[in-house]
Design a protein around this ligand. Sequence first.
Ligand SMILES: NC(=O)C1=CN([C@@H]2O[C@H](COP(=O)(O)OP(=O)(O)OC[C@H]3O[C@@H](n4cnc5c(N)ncnc54)[C@H](OP(=O)(O)O)[C@@H]3O)[C@@H](O)[C@H]2O)C=CC1
Ligand SMILES: CC(C)CCC[C@@H](C)[C@H]1CC=C2C3=C(CC[C@@]21C)[C@@]1(C)CC[C@H](O)C(C)(C)[C@@H]1CC3
Length: 425
Amino acid sequence: MRPNSQALKQRSLHETEREFGGTLGAVCIPVLLPLTVLFLISVSRSPEASLLQWPPVLPSTHQLWDPVALVLLLGWIALHALLYAMPLGKVSEGLTLRDGTRLKYPINGFLGLCVSGVLLILLLELGAPLGSLFELLLPLAVCAIALSFLFSIYLYIRSFWAPSHALALGGNTGNPLYDFFIGRELNPRIGNFDFKYFCELRPGLIGWVVLNLGMLMKEVELRGSPSLAMMLVNSFQLLYVADALWNEEAVLTTMDIVHDGFGFMLVFGDLAWVPFTYGLQASFLVEHPQTLSPLGSLTIIALNGIGYYIFRKSNSQKNQFRRDPTHPSVARLETIATATGKRLLVSGWWGLVRHPNYLGDLLMALAWSLPCGFSHLLPYFYVIYFTVLLIHREDRDERQCRAKYGLAWDTYCRRVPYRIFPYIY
Ligand SMILES: NC(=O)C1=CN([C@@H]2O[C@H](COP(=O)(O)OP(=O)(O)OC[C@H]3O[C@@H](n4cnc5c(N)ncnc54)[C@H](OP(=O)(O)O)[C@@H]3O)[C@@H](O)[C@H]2O)C=CC1
Ligand SMILES: CC(C)CCC[C@@H](C)[C@H]1CC=C2C3=C(CC[C@@]21C)[C@@]1(C)CC[C@H](O)C(C)(C)[C@@H]1CC3
């Protein structure tokens, strides 16, 4: 073991601050969040669709298990694993790791989305009942949750064979429950197959838009044609997913890939939470049709467009700056120096608020809920959860940046006082 990785390991074991409520959070979250997924799906299909309904809607056992769901889920993951492993598209390098090396990642996620699209069109042509995904939502979610647990156990066990420099600093506390939850190994791989990178963008994210399409087809089955509200939700979320895959390389600089270990939180987040809760608006619309006025629709489209513009421009600006600060698109921006040698942007998008990308993402989140009207709270679950997630994430990032950049970070905070919402927060 190299001396500095030994030192890092010691630091991690003794000084790591526990996140997400520490051990208590690590015990409660894996129990509560899977139940939340099942509860939300059940509520979205109930006539009342009320989050405050008591007694809560409890699905029966036969609604929870269907072997077809297991076959579909495993087949879906295998298809994307195959597409990931095929030598197609370019290969990019991640940021430099603690041992000085850089991992290679295939950039072919958008191709995975296109292949999925073509396969779906073929299936529709062949008359496949895509609308049945509506009935399969609960069993599919049950299988995804079970798989998340099994996969996280595998990841936890195999992490004990990883060298110390390959462990995430935050997930190496020695407390098995907490480390299982946060994730011990930073980039678990078999050969060149990177589990975290694969799960972050492919089966769950593409699965989410396929489920949305299933909800749209169910609406067609029930009412003859898709509603405007359903088409807006489908298009907005497809844009979001296509954008993530088109800009796949940018994921290599996100907190999840660079900093967080791959444990239950991210496995479950990627494979179960994203596909089954991010598209709740679509499953809600199947049973609760909404009528939108032309003005209302245009306002919602404009809101999504503004959110997307802020989200994309700010993410691209920072990504470009981190990859090549001399690039003409970012070279003229004002920056401040830090002791690490890296600079911080204090003008452009990153001079407006400290997380302009979160602001754009939140505006889009609101635009995804508005097509569902104002009669129910459930379609607003995503935007409420997402606000909490991003405020918490901003706080985590802030602490990491303060530890990394010290006084320079304080200077940045004085220059750019608002975190996410200008003049508000
Ligand atoms: N849909 C979803 O569920 C979720 C979506 N997201 C989205 O993912 C995207 C990525 O978010 P996330 O990974 O949280 O974090 P960011 O992309 O915002 O990255 C934060 C990092 O950026 C760098 N940075 C911060 N300020 C500056 C600055 N002024 N100049 C230059 N670099 C700076 C720092 O890293 P360093 O200096 O080391 O480069 C910091 O740690 C966002 O758009 C977010 O909205 C995130 C979570 C969930
Ligand atoms: C289960 C818990 C409550 C929380 C789990 C959090 C995860 C669901 C999210 C953590 C960071 C994410 C990102 C995206 C999806 C959600 C998770 C995994 C992202 C892939 C969505 C698309 C974006 O364009 C992105 C910037 C690529 C996102 C990266 C972070």
